[in-house]
Design a protein around this ligand. Structure first.
Ligand SMILES: C[S@@+](CC[C@H](N)C(=O)[O-])C[C@H]1O[C@@H](n2cnc3c(N)ncnc32)[C@H](O)[C@@H]1O
Length: 266
């Protein structure tokens, strides 16, 4: 079946309704024209114990729209590839990869209530033949994937997964386990900086750095993974939300320098 041109691609997802009674259907355009189903202002909480459901993935987070916009402009990065999505949530990004021609998209998350939506979302987009879902917990990634799947992924995508310092090391371990030596993970990230009281002025101000992002970049280097920023705050932000960055993480033989940068939106 011929694919629609990328600019015509849109992905439908079921997302959580805040009154908790039911889900609703939304349509997200990768060009960012559609607003996220909701755009929560605060950073999500860190991963919860398994007995306490972690429902942050039942919403669509703005970083996923930023990553979708990049992929829509560069469908060649995923066309024909096996793609694995980490922390998929409603899987806007993974579903878009399938719509852009990925050979197969493996949509993973650790929360059963999130995973329960993924096949429905694939079916809503007639992508069920090319998508599968899998419970994969970054704290125990080897438990989910057969040995032949490990070290085999040339393309991994993830949006808004670096939201707390506690997830940095588990994510690094997961990427190390899954990435092919030439593999590339494309990560959409929403910059979040803590508000601190300036000791000199006694006024509140934003911290200079996004702590989880900085820790993640340092941990990549320590783990033998390459990383490269594909955007800057100026070139990648959704209107009316915090700045976004796109980060590429590569195995030791990945050619990150060949990846296209996100152009300025001037
Ligand atoms: C902020 S949400 C982002 C969801 C989606 N990628 C998006 O951008 O809309 C973070 C996602 O990471 C998942 N997650 C958190 N901790 C995880 C873990 N230890 N293993 C796997 N997934 C995890 C959550 O269930 C959630 O779906």
């Amino acid at each position: 079946m011929p694919l629609e041109p990328p600019e015509a691609q849109a992905v439908k997802t079921l997302t959580w309704q805040l009154d908790g009674r039911s889900s609703r259907s939304s349509q997200q355009a990768p060009d960012g024209a559609a607003q996220p189903a909701t755009a929560p202002a605060a950073a999500p909480a860190a991963a919860q114990p398994e007995e306490d459901p972690d429902l942050i993935g039942l919403d669509i987070w703005p970083a996923s729209i930023a990553l979708c916009r990049y992929l829509t402009n560069h469908p060649e990065l995923v066309a024909g590839q096996r793609v694995l999505e980490l922390g998929a949530g409603m899987s806007l990004v993974g579903l878009l990869c399938a719509a852009l021609g990925a050979q197969h998209a493996l949509l993973t998350d650790y929360e059963p209530q999130v995973l329960a939506h993924l096949q429905d979302n694939a079916a809503l987009n007639s992508l069920q033949q090319r998508c599968a879902s899998l419970r994969l917990d970054w704290r125990q990634p080897a438990a989910s994937l057969a040995p032949e799947q490990q070290g085999s992924w040339l393309r991994i995508v993830a949006a808004d997964v670096l939201y707390a310092s506690a997830v940095v090391q588990p994510l690094i371990s997961t990427l190390r386990l899954l990435l092919h030596p030439e593999g590339v993970a494309l990560i959409g990230h929403q910059v979040r900086r803590a508000i601190v009281l300036d000791p000199a002025t006694r006024l509140p101000r934003l911290e200079d750095e996004d702590e989880p992002l900085e820790k993640f970049k340092a941990a990549c280097a320590a783990a033998g993974l390459q990383h490269r920023l594909l955007s800057s705050r100026e070139t990648c932000s959704n209107r009316d939300s915090d700045p976004m960055v796109l980060l590429a993480v590569g195995g030791p033989q990945a050619r990150l320098a060949e990846l296209p940068l996100l152009p300025s939106e001037s």
